[in-house]
Design a protein around this ligand. Sequence first.
Ligand code: 8YV
Length: 318
Amino acid sequence: LYKDIPEDLLVKLKNEFNVIFFDGLTPDNRQAFAEAVKTADGMIGSTYPISNDLLENATNIKAIATISVGYDSFDVSYLTSRGIRLMNTPDALTDTTADTLFALVIATARRVAELDTLIRKGQWTHSIGPEHYGIDVHHKTIGIIGMGRIGSALAKRAHAGFDMKVLYNARTQHSDVEENYQATRCELNELLQQSDFVCLTVPLTKETEHLIAKEQFKLMKPTAILINGARGKVVNEHDMIEALKTGVIRAAGLDVFTAEPLPGSSPLISLPNTVLLPHIGSATTETRYKMVECAIDNLIAALKAEKPTENWVNPQAG
Ligand code: 8YV
């Protein structure tokens, strides 16, 4: 389920397996896909979600290698109950995704997209005045919700590159981030109240769905900027749009949305205080190569080696 496999990696995959390709999962090819997986031993790809019914008749399948760090598109307990191994690509994309998040921090604060558009519309007719000023990033407070690999790489950029104060909210303490980037762990409400930039890096789970909604926006500073590089559904999008429209928060930089691709009718598109990216957190040539390579290695190990790689999400699957 991935059309952009580099040629040399394609050879590697084809050397090991008989491969059937699907260019994403669409209403048109869903049936054909369900038919093809009936006899498949494994699956590799990144266009989802894969609902359980698609796998119901796939009686051979033993492993799924997703070309992503997130695996919210799968019902992991179902896969585990079926003994299907699931592997992801966590390390390959950490720095690239943190770079994207920081690009959103700067782009929203300094109004990069908005002012680029101003020039293109021929509206740069006099020097820019206060109505177009941005706000500083350096020496401000960044609040990171979720402190996994990407959260930690973001903390590094904020602390080491921009002298920012780093707050974080996570289920467990991360002494390394506290020592290396002088980060302070705090409750979610406190983080929301104190941060100039609230950055989401948590996985989407039942617990994190709509973690940020009306009540949380109300706690944020009116000058605060929300950055979402996690999953769209971690935020109540309707409440976010209201908060952006009514000045409850200043701006939002978003790489992920409740519905992707973002529908053309979304009110987010006409808001000047948003910077929107088409889910490109990990989308560089180098990183996508590493992710595909990692996923192929994961699949080969899961199907051919005695033990899968360390990227095994559900070791309980056996
Ligand atoms: C993926 C992502 O590339 O890794 C993830 O979880 O969100 C992206 O980096 C995207 O989901 C396509 O696989």
